[in-house]
Design a protein around this ligand. Structure first.
Ligand code: NAP
Length: 247
């Protein structure tokens, strides 16, 4: 499969799963817009990794929780390359805490970034894709959005919300060859999971039939599958990349 002549925008492309997605799309030939929130140096490293694969890549700062910033981000990518074929809504945060003690502002911030961020970017990208009559949108959900997890009410709600967004947008946009799908990772080794206490990591690993964490590359390959032109008749789906956790 080839993504040559495709332009991809990956939110949160500076680190972790987002970086692996940028590199995988670049490996398949796409030009890559690497979005980041505050970590410019990491975003530039991702850009460099993509360019080494022979494609065009550039870093674009934008806070996906800000609707005007999302509109400006998509406009900047369109201005740079003239089109937008692939949007990957990957940017995400986890502000964990028990239901009875977690702060309301952490709930709001998690929803603003993970769910509203995906909504703002999807809306901005869809405007371009509807005119092109082509697009591939992939959102990062989570196994936690399907099954819940103690201490993660905000995160679980945001990731379950992403699945609703994906299914509704898939139905709205299907007529113009725009697909919208979700990838739901399980326990993947990134900065997000590195901060978990060892006990929590061991407990989570105990629920993974494969007996090991996943890598960002393993998630990236599933995203690239949905991002391909050939993936035209699959939409509104959720693909778990979780070593069997959800089975
Ligand atoms: P990560 O290592 O913590 O990286 C988060 C990325 O999101 C960074 O690139 C960060 O940019 C960006 N970001 C955060 N807030 C943003 C904002 N407001 N606007 C724009 N970008 C923002 O996370 P990860 O583990 O790779 O996770 C990536 C996605 O996969 C997330 O949606 C996460 O929920 C999902 N996921 C992860 C796992 C896992 O086990 N790791 C499991 C299931 C789902 P800066 O570098 O600029 O801060």
């Amino acid at each position: 499969m080839s993504l040559q002549e495709n332009v991809a925008l990956v939110t949160g492309g500076s680190r972790g799963i987002g970086r692996a997605i940028c590199v995988e799309l670049a490996r398949q030939g796409a030009a890559v817009a690497v979005n980041y929130a505050g970590n410019r140096a990491a975003a530039e490293e991702t850009v460099q990794l993509c360019r080494e694969l022979g494609v065009e890549a550039e870093a674009f700062q934008a806070d996906v929780a800000d609707p005007a910033a999302c509109d400006a981000l998509v406009a900047a990518v369109k201005e740079r390359w003239g089109r937008l074929d692939i949007l990957v809504n990957n940017a995400g945060i986890a502000r964990d805490g028990l239901l009875m003690t977690a702060k309301e502002e952490d709930f709001a911030q998690t929803l603003d970034t993970n769910l509203k961020g995906a909504y703002f970017c999807t809306k901005a990208a869809a405007k371009v894709m509807l005119r092109q009559k082509y697009g591939r949108i992939v959102c990062l959900s989570s196994i936690v959005g399907l099954r819940g997890n103690p201490g993660q009410t905000a995160y679980a709600a945001s990731k379950a919300g992403v699945i609703g967004l994906v299914k509704a947008a898939a139905k709205e946009l299907a007529g113009r060859d725009i697909t919208v799908n979700a990838v739901a990772p399980g326990f993947i080794e990134t900065d997000m999971t590195a901060v978990l206490p060892e006990k929590a990591k061991a407990a989570m690993l105990g629920t993974v039939p494969k007996g090991r964490p996943g890598s960002p590359q393993e998630v990236a390959r599933a995203v690239a599958f949905f991002a391909g032109r050939e993936c035209a008749y699959i939409t509104g789906q959720v693909l778990c990349v979780d070593g069997g956790m959800a089975v």
